[in-house]
Design a protein around this ligand. Sequence first.
Ligand SMILES: Cc1cc2nc3c(=O)[nH]c(=O)nc-3n(C[C@H](O)[C@H](O)[C@H](O)COP(=O)(O)O)c2cc1C
Length: 195
Amino acid sequence: MLDKLKKRRTQYALGKNLPISETQVDALIRDAIRLSPSSFNSQSSRAVVLFGKESDKFWNIASEALRAVVPAADFQATSKKLDSFASGAGTVLFYEDQEPVKALQANFPLYAHNFPIWSEHSTGMAQLAVWTALADAGIGASLQHYHPLVDADVAKTWNIPASWELKAQMPFGSNEAGFAEKTFIDDELRFRTHR
Ligand SMILES: Cc1cc2nc3c(=O)[nH]c(=O)nc-3n(C[C@H](O)[C@H](O)[C@H](O)COP(=O)(O)O)c2cc1C
């Protein structure tokens, strides 16, 4: 397990040469999310997996949305970044369905304020599971956040249910570069063990 977690890194240099088929990547993403935990086993996580031209469509939507808000002088840098995401093989859109969250709030009023928070935790766990599974299959990925700017166009393009809230976008593809050394803060700052 730890060797798999070690393989998971942010990869911006993405290409289209997946080491396994799109069908296998799709199955792997589905398995990773299906196996991820959720509060009260509510299974609120949803995913839209976009390959090839469908993924390009997403990054075009992001580009147009950003063009409208980013100062013209900065847009070239933004555009370059978006192109690097589009140069991969696909993108996973991570959603949380608010319907099961609301149902839990109605059924368990004592915890009502917690369920939206736990839904955020659940999507984080699903994202880590997918990112790690992709890395283990030799596929690079990064985690992006272009919502809510893109929400309306994305919902229209892929007919997304109104109760699904977009939480993250994960462009993925072949690893076209290595990874920089990762530094870690001192263990003393973050861990305390008592026995
Ligand atoms: C909650 C969360 C949000 C993140 N958001 C972004 C993001 O919007 N754009 C991005 O390029 N990376 C994003 N990252 C990736 C981090 O920058 C990255 O994981 C961190 O620098 C450590 O590098 P590593 O992924 O190679 O271990 C995010 C990571 C987490 C956990």
